[in-house]
Design a protein around this ligand. Structure first.
Ligand SMILES: NC(=O)c1ccc[n+]([C@@H]2O[C@H](COP(=O)([O-])OP(=O)(O)OC[C@H]3O[C@@H](n4cnc5c(N)ncnc54)[C@H](OP(=O)(O)O)[C@@H]3O)[C@@H](O)[C@H]2O)c1
Length: 214
């Protein structure tokens, strides 16, 4: 049995990852979110799902939720993302929980080439700076982290993705949330893969100056 904690469990990617995980009887799921009523139906529909209500900045609640888990998967957002990263690292370090999957964004290392990279920097602005500083906290920790840098997200129901590493140019412009959820599930099933890596994730053959819907 793998004990999984999902942070930001009502997030859009998180909810899709939770469907993969809940269908796997080897997974024991704890879902951490700010308003647990929103996942009450999901809990009722699946056995063995625990809901924890809390903000990531609630130190004691987070620490108790992290304790004893095999893997933590963070699906967080916001201008205080660096502070959230610091809290997650502190709670995991204190509880000796090592494996972290952290969803970030494309562009944090200025790794998106060409006109798309320029457009991405301009449109995302300070968001990239906040997400970079959060990734720096994760990468500076002693955790067994994987930072995931998705391309622009779609709600297509496909799973179709390829990876790039930190020292490579980012590829493509888009990827589905379902693909990121499938990748998160893959990493939970294969905990030794992509450890201490920061991985770009895009749909193949979607290169362009902007995502296709812009
Ligand atoms: N949109 C894009 O094209 C794109 C591209 C690349 C990367 N990303 C990033 O990928 C990540 C995941 O995407 P997504 O679509 O799943 O995001 P999402 O639906 O916005 O989920 C983020 C979750 O973070 C939770 N959260 C924020 N602050 C929190 C706090 N202090 N304590 C507890 N929970 C907190 C939110 O909780 P509440 O539900 O309580 O608000 C929300 O459920 C995001 O960081 C997003 O910015 C987006």
């Amino acid at each position: 049995m793998t004990k999984v904690l999902i942070l930001g469990a009502n997030g859009q990617i998180a909810r899709q990852a939770e469907r993969f995980l809940a269908a796997d009887t080897d997974m024991e799921l704890t879902l951490y979110l700010r308003n647990k009523e929103r996942l009450a139906d999901f809990q009722n529909a699946h056995e063995g799902v625990t809901l924890v209500e809390g903000d990531i900045l609630d130190k004691d609640t987070l620490s108790q939720a992290v304790a004893g888990k095999d893997v933590v998967s963070a699906n967080l957002a916001g201008n205080n993302i660096k502070e959230q990263a610091e809290h997650v690292v502190a709670a995991m370090t204190a509880n000796k929980v090592k494996r972290l999957i952290w969803i970030s964004t494309l562009g944090i290392y200025d790794e998106v080439p060409g006109k798309f990279g320029e457009w991405n920097n301009k449109v995302l602005g300070d968001y990239i700076t906040h997400y970079r500083s959060a990734a720096d906290v994760i990468e500076g920790s002693k955790l067994d982290y994987t930072v995931i840098r998705p391309a622009w997200l779609t709600d297509k129901t496909e799973v179709d993705y390829e990876l790039t590493q930190k020292n490579e140019d980012f590829k493509g412009t888009e990827v589905s949330r379902k693909s990121i959820a499938a990748f998160v599930y893959h990493l939970i099933l294969n905990p030794k893969e992509q450890v201490k890596k920061s991985v770009g994730v895009n749909k193949p053959n979607t290169a362009g100056d902007k995502p296709s819907w812009y």
